[in-house]
Design a protein around this ligand. Sequence first.
Ligand code: AHR
Length: 321
Amino acid sequence: MNRIWRHAAVAALGLSLAACGRAGTDRATTVGFAQIGSESGWRAAETKLAISAAQARGITLKVADGQQRQENQIKAIRSFIAQGVGAIFLAPVVSTGWDDVLAEAKAAKIPVVLLDRQITTQDPSLFLTAVAADNVHEGQVAGEWLVGKVGAKPCRVVELQGTVGSTLVADRKKGFDQAIAKTPDIKIVRTQSGEFTRAKGKEVMEGFIKAENAAGICAVYAHNDDMMIGAIQAMKAAGLKPGTEILTVSIDGVPDIFKAMADGEANATVELAPDMAARGFDVLAAYQKDGKAPPKFVQTPSKLYLPDTAAAEYARRKDLY
Ligand code: AHR
């Protein structure tokens, strides 16, 4: 694969001097990854798996931690361009504001692969492809599970959203709203961002519990598992029983949510595949081999997991992440 990529990259990208980037980088085997940060267990897993997928393919992966800030990610992309990397992976923290820097990458003939989040742009030629889940679908899977569980009974739901300004937050909300719209008695009564972190998820849930006088909450929908773990801590501290008195459904599939499900403290999670980079490397290798542009969206699966397999999933995942 590496040899194929190395040789094919020279031809497909039309780089006569592809073996050496501007700063002495081996362009054909070097990829820069402008990562968001480490806000969640899922994010940490994505970075870890990206590093091992690169190693397995003989690729040098340069990871830049954006610490949740778009300006840091933009700086990292400019630095990758200056170093002459062969490709750039970008997990965009927010959806807009990428056009200028991606135009610079395009001018330098460096293909950009978006990982796990989409961007909003009028010019789709600024990126090669996006490897991501269908986030509307994820929200629908979560919402349909809740509808199936609650049936025709009234249910007041509180929602913990992720990072404001990212496409997937709007989409995860939209999908969930669409699913529960079929049953008018299931309603989202409170929505707030928990910024995809455990600490903020806990803090926001404490506020929901106070505002709703605890007994008013029937279910929690969290846009990621980390916020749900924080919410579970808040519910337990308030003397509530998550998983039985209050239903939970979240997204990601990190080990701790499987542990919580196995312990009867959570009900459902929709997995977001953490191996986005491996899929990105494969798309790049195919592109660089035959020069044929991949589809603009490479969709990863969104599988629902329930407590019946939670103990086994926890055992399988705890060292992988
Ligand atoms: O973009 C994917 C999301 O980002 C994950 O669901 C969340 O945990 C992460 O922070």
